[in-house]
Design a protein around this ligand. Structure first.
Ligand SMILES: Nc1ncnc2c1ncn2[C@@H]1O[C@H](COP(=O)(O)OP(=O)(O)O)[C@@H](O)[C@H]1O
Ligand SMILES: [Mg+2]
Length: 484
């Protein structure tokens, strides 16, 4: 047991921050508050984040649409987890307070509705739900059995001249770049509506791609306003830490909720000093900064440390911040290698050897198979010589034991292995993008999901010989094959 009931300290003493003993209800409150912040789709202590300027821009647009009844559109662009969704949510929260009942939000994500029909149905569904909320007698007005009716119906209702008193509609289209793969009818219609409709409509396109504008067809691009709100990743470790710690800090209103406000203040001091004082946290922050700069990941790591606090130990223990990292499975490629069957591994090695030999970026099954045959033949020859040349060593477990030649399996057998490599993602389609007949860029990332691959189809290998070699155990007889 740690000593209880110490007199409140005015600051956290570096050697024993855990000696402070707050009321046990307070530790529960703090734990719940901070865990909620860590898991929230918003940025905690938003005013202190560097996002306020971008947020104000977005808020001004929303207000313009709802209050001044002016349609508009904007693109919110930035890498993953930099706060795109967070500023949108923050602005919508404020809208809910200031203009409640005067607007409808429709959220779409190309992840959930990759095809336009699904997306249109989803729009109709959300509009109906909102309409029902406001008029309980409302019949499903937007959604129709036929998809074409649904869309024209939405357009008609929203475009109706006497809808001047109707509510504004805010469309949030997440991953908007994925809607550009096919005909961009949906985007075109939405934006056209935003420009011409009596109902004020605001379209917010969200995307991690900087080039998203280029992916739009001309008619879509010309209807999109030039407005772009772009967010960037933090530029320095200090900057990253300043953002990351926000979710761990208590706001003044939170502190006021505590029985012992001093605990709240000490908590904030403790968190503030973590980066400078605690080597484990420093390590974590540096690692994340140089790998992904992803705040969400930091939140996940911190959740364990925060979940462990108790009246006896009211501040998070520093080493707990590294707990998740230590129990995580190895990286994806590493994990993949451990799960390969020996035929798959041999085929992957053969493909890597061929690419290394001929210095070409892509390979197909036929070429890989040819290399596989040669490789196994020479492997068999050399392992026999090795086996006979080192008979004196007592621990030549591996090499001397392989007197049995590796069988050269037929192409028919190996074709299955090739397919599973493809399915696992170790083989990837040659290029992520190509152009369609109109010259528009289309992504073929989705095509990767087909489960068959032709023998002559050229693909890229998502690893190389050296990497395979470094993944294999020194005892592994196949390791030798990773040297040309
Ligand atoms: N600038 C920031 N400062 C602090 N935390 C941030 C910041 N940006 C993002 N986060 C954290 O990362 C999480 C994911 O952000 P989100 O807005 O969903 O990213 P995305 O840009 O992918 O939409 C947020 O919930 C928040 O906890
Ligand atoms: Mg998002």
């Amino acid at each position: 047991m740690v000593a209880a009931a110490q007199p409140p300290q005015s600051s956290v003493s570096t050697d024993s921050p855990y000696l402070y003993s707050p009321p046990s209800s307070d530790t529960t409150v703090v734990k719940n508050l901070i865990l909620a912040q860590l898991n929230s789709p918003k940025v905690a202590n938003f005013e202190s984040s560097g996002l306020t300027e971008k947020y104000n821009e977005l808020w001004a647009m929303f207000e313009h649409t709802v209050r001044d009844r002016q349609g508009s559109s904007v693109l919110v662009i930035g890498p993953r987890a930099v706060g795109k969704t967070a500023i949108i949510n923050q602005a919508l929260d404020k809208l809910a307070i200031e203009y409640d009942g005067r607007y409808i939000v429709v959220r779409l994500s190309a992840y959930f509705h990759p095809d336009e029909h699904g997306a249109v149905r989803e729009i109709a569904r959300q509009l109906d739900i909102n309409a029902k909320k406001n008029h309980s007698s409302h019949q499903s007005q937007f959604q129709q059995p036929a998809i074409n009716d649904t869309f024209s119906n939405i357009l008609n209702i929203l475009d109706h001249p006497n809808s001047s008193e109707s509510m504004a509609v805010i469309f949030i289209v997440d991953e908007i770049d994925k809607f550009t793969d096919n005909k961009q009818t949906l985007l075109y219609n939405l934006l056209d509506l935003a420009q011409t409709s009596q109902v004020p409509i605001c379209v917010v396109g969200v995307s991690p791609k900087i080039t998203v504008r280029e992916l739009f067809e001309k008619r879509v691009r010309s209807r999109f306003s030039q407005r772009v709100i772009s967010l960037t990743k933090p530029g320095s470790v200090d900057h990253f830490w300043a953002g990351a710690k926000l979710a761990l800090l208590l706001s003044p209103t939170h502190i006021a909720q505590l029985q012992d406000a001093n605990y709240g203040r000490l908590w904030n001091q403790y968190i503030d000093s973590l980066f400078t004082r605690s080597p484990p946290v420093r390590k974590l922050v540096y690692e994340l900064y140089y790998c992904t700069k992803n705040y969400r990941q930091f939140n996940i790591y911190s959740a364990y440390a925060v979940a462990q606090i108790s009246p006896q130990c009211p501040f998070p223990i520093e080493t707990h911040f590294l707990h998740y990292a230590s129990v995580q499975p190895p990286g994806t490629i590493q994990g993949l290698f451990q799960s390969l069957s020996s035929l798959e591994l041999l085929l992957a090695i053969a493909a890597a050897r061929w690419i290394e030999k001929f210095d070409l970026p892509t390979i197909n099954f036929n070429l890989a198979y040819k290399e596989y045959e040669e490789m196994i033949k020479s492997f068999n020859i050399s392992s026999t010589t090795l086996a006979t040349s080192s008979p004196s060593r007592s621990d030549t477990r591996i090499l001397t034991n392989i007197k049995v030649n590796q069988k050269v399996w037929s192409a028919k057998v190996l074709r299955n292995s090739w397919e599973s490599l493809y399915r696992m993602g170790l083989l990837i389609d040659q290029s992520g993008v190509s152009t369609n007949a109109d010259g528009h860029v289309i992504s073929n990332a989705q095509l990767n999901k087909t489960y068959t691959i032709e023998d002559s189809k050229m693909v890229q290998l998502d690893t190389n010989l050296e990497e395979i070699g470094s993944r294999l155990d020194d005892q592994d007889p196949f390791k030798r094959l990773t040297k040309l």
